[in-house]
Design a protein around this ligand. Structure first.
Ligand SMILES: Nc1ncnc2c1ncn2[C@@H]1O[C@H](COP(=O)(O)OP(=O)(O)OP(=O)(O)O)[C@@H](O)[C@H]1O
Ligand SMILES: [Mg+2]
Length: 305
């Protein structure tokens, strides 16, 4: 640490580093911290590099919502590193669902909160681009807050975006096939993967690398046809790889305990063609949210796919 007093950043005492210093892809270090005078416990996010723009802060300053993490303060250190201070929550959704079993009505509530938050940011033309359980915080009152806007961007139909955006297991098929123009549909795919994961208690597509991911997706969704995805051959990677796998869909086996309505919703969120994938408001209007969900409790480790 390059500051004068390594234990303090501004008014905040650094208690514990949460993120791994080995994660070289992350531009930030995240700490548990305590405010000097008030003893308030907070989360402090410190950029590794000095004098950089901070898109995350720009976006967080443009949004405020009950289902989005609460930014309390922001400033620059003497060495011009960006600091963001967040309200501290007890745990993230990844920790929650691995520690306790979630009843289907609780999954339904979290999905409603997640999609309401996503609808809000999409209405503001923001794509989150890293929706996954570790980036969704759960409050003391069991409410969900979307966090980590570190790679979020404003939508831009002409911008070319880096393919390594969304974390591999939650990365939609079009990005795996090198689509450079990301739309809000990428978040819907990731949210669909999160929903399936909560019912399965295990990631839906736990691939090792891009090609393995594509194969895992096709094992569940079946090989895409031109009828369901008319523009697929326009994607850069399609001239280099041949898609192979079963022709039929396999959703029931992949998420065996999910109710018919929850399966139907997941299928509409994880749809090959991003243009046909549900929007956040279509998700929220789906029959799944209209009645109590009757998916069975999942008490076993899934062996599929
Ligand atoms: N407000 C918060 N309250 C409690 N824990 C938090 C909060 N914000 C972040 N965390 C924890 O710190 C982790 C890393 O934070 P965040 O995802 O914002 O940073 P990151 O640099 O993107 O890290 P990574 O690359 O690991 O995703 C989160 O996965 C979460 O467990
Ligand atoms: Mg993160």
């Amino acid at each position: 640490m390059e500051e004068d007093n390594p234990e303090f950043i501004g008014e905040y005492h650094l208690d514990e580093l949460i993120t791994s210093s080995e994660n070289i892809y992350s531009d930030c270090e995240v700490y548990k911290a305590t405010k000097r005078n008030t003893h308030e416990k907070v989360i402090l996010k410190l950029s590794r590099y000095s004098d950089r723009g901070n898109t995350e802060l720009e976006i967080l300053n443009a949004i405020r919502h009950e289902f989005i993490v609460n930014l309390l303060d922001s400033f620059k250190t003497k060495f011009l590193r960006n600091v963001m201070i967040f309200e501290k929550y007890p745990r993230d959704l990844q920790e929650l669902y691995t520690e306790e079993s979630l009843e289907s009505n609780r999954i339904q509530k979290f999905m409603n909160q997640l999609m309401t938050g996503i609808q809000y940011i999409h209405d503001k033309n923001i794509i989150h681009r890293d929706i996954k359980p570790e980036n969704l915080m759960i409050t003391e009152t069991d409410s969900l807050k979307i966090g980590d806007f570190g790679i979020s961007r404003y939508t831009n139909p002409t911008a070319s975006m880096t393919p390594e955006s969304v974390s591999l297991w939650y990365r939609p098929i079009e990005i795996l096939l090198s689509c450079k123009n990301h739309t809000t549909a990428v978040d819907i795919w990731s949210a669909g993967c999160v929903m399936a994961e909560l019912y399965r208690r295990c990631p839906l597509f736990k691939g090792e690398g891009q090609i393995n991911m594509i194969n895992k997706i096709i094992n569940v969704l079946g090989k895409p046809t031109l009828e369901e995805w008319p523009t697929m051959n326009e994607l850069p990677a399609m001239s280099m790889i041949e898609l192979s796998g079963p022709d039929s869909k396999n959703f029931e086996n992949a998420i065996p305990n999910a109710s018919k309505k929850s399966l139907d919703l997941i299928q509409n969120m994880i749809m090959f063609d991003p243009a046909r994938r549900f929007s956040a408001s279509q998700v929220l209007q789906h029959a799944y949210f209209k009645t109590e969900d009757i998916s069975e409790q999942n008490n076993y480790e899934p062996s599929f796919p």
